[in-house]
Design a protein around this ligand. Structure first.
Ligand code: NAD
Ligand code: IPM
Ligand code: MG
Length: 356
């Protein structure tokens, strides 16, 4: 089985090294091949998603991705910016279904910024549509404003759009995921204002007819953001569009103690996938050896489960993570009094040791 390893920028290489270490000691015969991506791809090959990197990702059984982005590239033309690498991979590999599970490990109840009783036992799954919406809609750009009070001035614009097929297939993913959980789906939209999301609501409602065992409710995104911090445990599966999902999943991350705890799987129609932590390249802490590698290690576990058919190995990793947390080991982002602060590498080594 071939795994493409794309560490990327900032803390990407540091956290990826820990996940690779874990994969290496499982006793499996994985063929792992690394390639430059993001700012590292641009620096070495003049493009954030060099053709060889894309070819590797396409030929592999799964992709493990670190993070991309570096503020020093923010002035490059958009097509050359590091973020285009992850957007390009999502589009080229047709990874339309992004699963972001926000689970609170009991040991981290005190690490969350919310009261322990609000978050204890939290286990929600955010399903974010990943290849449509305003992220990919055209036209977009900066132009002369054609009408209205600002006619003649420059204006920036993007296009929000969803085709029926795109909504149907992500709705199926959500309902089917809910069938394996507590059979509840909340579809998050902005149907009160946006045509795109009234259409989204209508199509999700239609797909729901095929899933009479699932309870569906609809919620506006502003309310959903509020409810996520007010009473997050009321949610089970949340399904939403690309941009709302981006924002809500960062919000949900903090319920788990840190964004350094939130893994993700981005899947195509055949469960081939790219796996990455939900966070970015964290330039503010890059190179310091203090980043939390657990989101990346847990992403590797998701990869074993969803794309490589190695459920037992996935569980081994997840149990090892629980064990190190129970041992009181914490990176700086989840540290609290009475626990032991460790660096990125020590945390990776502890997971390896705890694999059993
Ligand atoms: N999928 C991706 O590759 C991805 C995702 C999000 C952001 N980005 C990019 O990353 C760069 C930085 O973006 P940002 O600062 O807005 O978001 P970020 O997620 O990189 O960082 C936000 C905050 O969370 C902290 N943080 C993130 N991951 C952490 C970890 N594993 N352990 C401990 N702390 C962690 C950071 O130190 C920072 O304070 C930008 O260039 C952005 O475009 C990339
Ligand atoms: C880096 C960026 C393109 C990306 C997104 O907006 O999807 C990131 O924020 C994420 O959540 O994976
Ligand atoms: Mg994001």
């Amino acid at each position: 089985m071939k795994i493409a390893i794309l560490p990327g920028d900032g803390i990407g290489p540091e956290i990826m090294a820990q996940a690779v270490k874990v994969l290496n000691v499982l006793g499996e015969q994985f063929e792992m091949e690394s390639a430059d991506v993001g700012g590292a791809g641009y620096a070495a090959h003049g493009h954030p998603l060099p053709p060889a990197t894309l070819a590797l990702a396409k030929s592999a059984d799964a992709v493990l991705f670190g993070a991309v982005g570096d503020f020093k590239y923010d002035t490059l033309e958009r097509a050359l910016r590091p973020e285009q690498a992850i957007l390009g991979l999502r589009r080229e590999l047709a990874l339309f279904a992004n699963l972001r599970p926000a689970i609170l490990y009991p040991e981290l109840a005190g690490a969350s910024t919310l009261k322990p009783e609000v978050v204890s036992g939290l286990d929600i799954l955010i399903i974010r549509e990943l290849t449509g919406d305003i992220y990919f809609g055209k036209p977009r750009g900066v132009r002369e404003c054609p009408d209205g009070p600002f006619k003649g001035e420059r204006e920036g614009f993007d296009t929000m759009r969803y085709a029926e097929t795109e909504i149907r297939r992500i709705a199926h993913v959500a309902f089917q995921a809910a069938q394996k959980r507590s059979k509840r789906v909340t579809s998050v939209d902005k149907a009160n204002v946006l045509e795109t999301f009234q259409f989204w609501r209508d199509i999700v409602t239609d797909v729901h007819k095929e899933y009479p065992d699932i309870e569906l409710d609809h919620m506006y995104v502003d309310n959903a953001a509020m409810q996520l911090v007010r009473a997050p445990k009321k949610f089970d599966v949340m399904v939403t569009g690309n941009m709302f999902g981006d924002i809500l999943s960062d919000c949900a991350a903090m319920l788990t103690g840190s964004i350094g705890m939130l893994p993700s799987a981005s899947l195509d129609a055949n469960n081939k996938g790219l796996y990455e932590p939900s966070h970015g390249s964290a330039p503010d802490i890059a190179g310091k050896g203090i980043a939390n590698p657990l989101a990346t290690i847990l992403s590797a576990a998701m990869m074993l489960r969803f794309s490589l058919g190695k459920t037992e190995q996935a569980e081994r990793i997840e149990n090892a993570v629980k064990k190190v947390l129970a041992q009181g080991l914490r990176t700086a982002d989840i540290f609290e009094a009475g626990t032991t602060k460790v660096g990125t590498e020590e945390m990776g080594n502890a997971v390896v040791k705890a694999l059993g």
